[in-house]
Design a protein around this ligand. Sequence first.
Ligand code: SF4
Ligand code: SF4
Length: 216
Amino acid sequence: MIITQKKPLEELLQMLQGVTKVAIVGCGNCAAACQTGGEKEIQEMKTLLEERGFQVMATVLPDECCHKMLVRRDTKVLRDCGAEAVVGMACGDGVQTVADNIALPVYPANNTMFLGQVERVGIFHEYCRMCGDCVLGDTGGICPVTQCAKGLVNGPCGGQKNGKCEVSPENDCAWIKIYQRLLLLGQEDKLLKPCRERGYAADAHPRHIDLRGKKK
Ligand code: SF4
Ligand code: SF4
């Protein structure tokens, strides 16, 4: 799930300077689960903006704000609603998808944080940085790119203290976790293998995937 957090309202109000009529677009998927862009948060945002003198001309809640066709269909209603700007209550992808579909400025109400594991409602952990060249098979299923503060993929930096990361002492050292996990799995010999070469071509942005084999 893409994890988002609300921006401070003041920051959004700065972006909306000079605007009086707005529309709000949320997201029924990740942002709803993050409590940053579901129906309840849209209504709260509407109230907050109206209290500050804005006219909220329309609200829209696509099932997924990153889905271009859904957003195109659901935001048609915004074209003639009189809004001068849109408040996007989704992730950065969703905000841009809305902007792709409407000739109005779209201002983000959220900060997009990470791809997260949901531990339980409202508790998220970053597990994958979407590097495009997954090494989990060599590391006992623990991602060094994400869980090591330095993103080291070829072993520890040596700075750990009592099993904690030297950069972020609140976190366990990823490479100690990897070692312990490989021991548990009887795969510690993987640590003796030469590190595989790892380029960053797969992490060059923006990336595109087309399962239909057509050019973008
Ligand atoms: S190595 Fe880590 S960041 Fe890369 S794809 Fe695998 S889990 Fe994600
Ligand atoms: S102490 Fe461990 S987790 Fe922290 S940067 Fe070094 S190797 Fe990575």
